[in-house]
Design a protein around this ligand. Structure first.
Ligand code: TYM
Length: 332
């Protein structure tokens, strides 16, 4: 049976990269598949977090997801730590995945930086927990941005090795679902770096919590170059900041890059930025308003997450029981 699973870390406010790369796609897949969406607080603590900020961010991300279209009446939204099966299956996967596989993960290398010896074991084993998130529900489709593709390949390797090691056809091999137009939204200050929650400059990203004036200011200040927009996307390859803004415009307008260029070829960036701001505000302002409404009622957010955790646990329980039997755990 087809099932969608995706996750997001509660490590800061949601930004346009999360929205265009992943969350918008989540909303669209809800029409065709049963979906589980998970706020991965256990992944968040692989690097230090302030406990009260983590709790608040978890509620904020839940509010942002509902505001951006996650339909909690028909699908499941929950936080990872509320379903212990994630940690249980992750342990089993720690024993399936090989050290060599994890050592190749570029996200670990980036996040651990030079001082690798001092990185947490959790940061290293992060992809095993991610595989557990997905496979605990035997999910088949995983909508993510391009930066998660390598982790998804690892999840497939783990599923395959588990099946081979135990001689079963138990786990499906989950497929990434990646948006083709904005799979990688880049920083507004440096077109070679991805837009990220952890960028020290708030001008590098557009947050779903930004009001219209802040968005306009950030787009005005976004780095570009003096040349006008070309008429083919080939000519944007060497202009990362220009390419990024065009990609954002195309994704927001639901156009291909070529179609977006056909509209704007020959124009200066100052004029293009005005159109981009208008489009951005028209898409994000309603999300921003809904997010604020949800945030004003934390009791409601908690009740949604509680219900979601119960539904997720009910789906996970029989799968985890079967895994325990396959592995040979005694259930006294
Ligand atoms: P996270 O929290 O970094 O990001 C959440 C989602 O947003 C996408 N994304 C982007 N897409 C395009 N451009 C960007 N600049 C950009 N920044 C982020 C990410 O690709 C992701 O889809 N490890 C995951 C969370 C996770 C998960 C899972 C995902 C845990 N378990 C199971 C899928 C399935 C992460 O850190 O995402």
């Amino acid at each position: 049976m087809a099932r969608v699973f995706s996750g997001i870390q509660p490590t800061g406010t949601l930004h346009l990269g999360n929205y265009l790369g992943a969350i918008r796609n989540w909303g669209r897949l809800q029409n065709d598949y049963p979906c589980l969406f998970c706020i991965v607080d256990m992944h968040a603590i692989t690097v230090p977090q302030d406990p009260s900020v983590l709790r608040q961010n978890t509620r904020e991300v839940a509010a942002g997801l509902m505001a951006a279209g996650v339909d909690v009446r028909n699908h499941v939204l929950f936080n990872q730590s509320a379903v212990p099966g994630h940690a249980q299956l992750a342990w089993i996967f720690n024993c399936v995945a090989r050290l060599g596989w994890l050592s190749r993960m570029t996200q670990f290398k980036e996040k651990a930086g030079k001082n690798r010896e001092n990185a947490s074991v959790g940061l290293y084993a992060y992809p095993n927990l991610m595989a557990a998130d997905i496979l605990l529900y035997k999910a088949t489709h995983v909508p993510v941005g391009e930066d998660q593709k390598q982790h998804l390949e690892l999840a497939r390797d783990i599923a395959q090795k588990f099946n081979n090691d135990y001689g079963v056809a138990f786990f499906p091999l989950p497929e990434p679902v990646i948006m083709t137009i904005a799979p990688r939204v880049m920083s507004l200050r440096d077109g070679t770096k991805k837009m990220s929650k952890s960028d020290p400059s708030d001008y590098a990203r557009l947050n779903l919590t930004d009001d219209a004036d802040t968005m306009a200011l950030k787009i005005r200040k976004a780095k570009t170059d003096p040349a006008p927009l070309p008429d083919s996307s080939e000519d944007l390859k060497a202009r990362p900041e220009a390419d990024n803004l065009l990609g954002i415009y195309a994704a927001l307008a639901d156009l291909s890059r070529e179609e977006a260029l056909a509209r704007h070829a020959g124009r200066q960036f100052s004029a293009f930025k005005e159109d981009l701001t208008e489009l951005l505000v028209s898409v994000l302002a309603p999300i921003n308003a809904a997010l604020r409404r949800f945030l004003a009622d934390p009791g409601y957010i908690d009740s949604v997450l509680r219900t979601g955790a119960e539904q997720a646990s009910a789906l996970a329980r029989p799968i985890l029981t079967e895994v325990s039997d396959i592995v040979g755990f005694l259930r006294p």
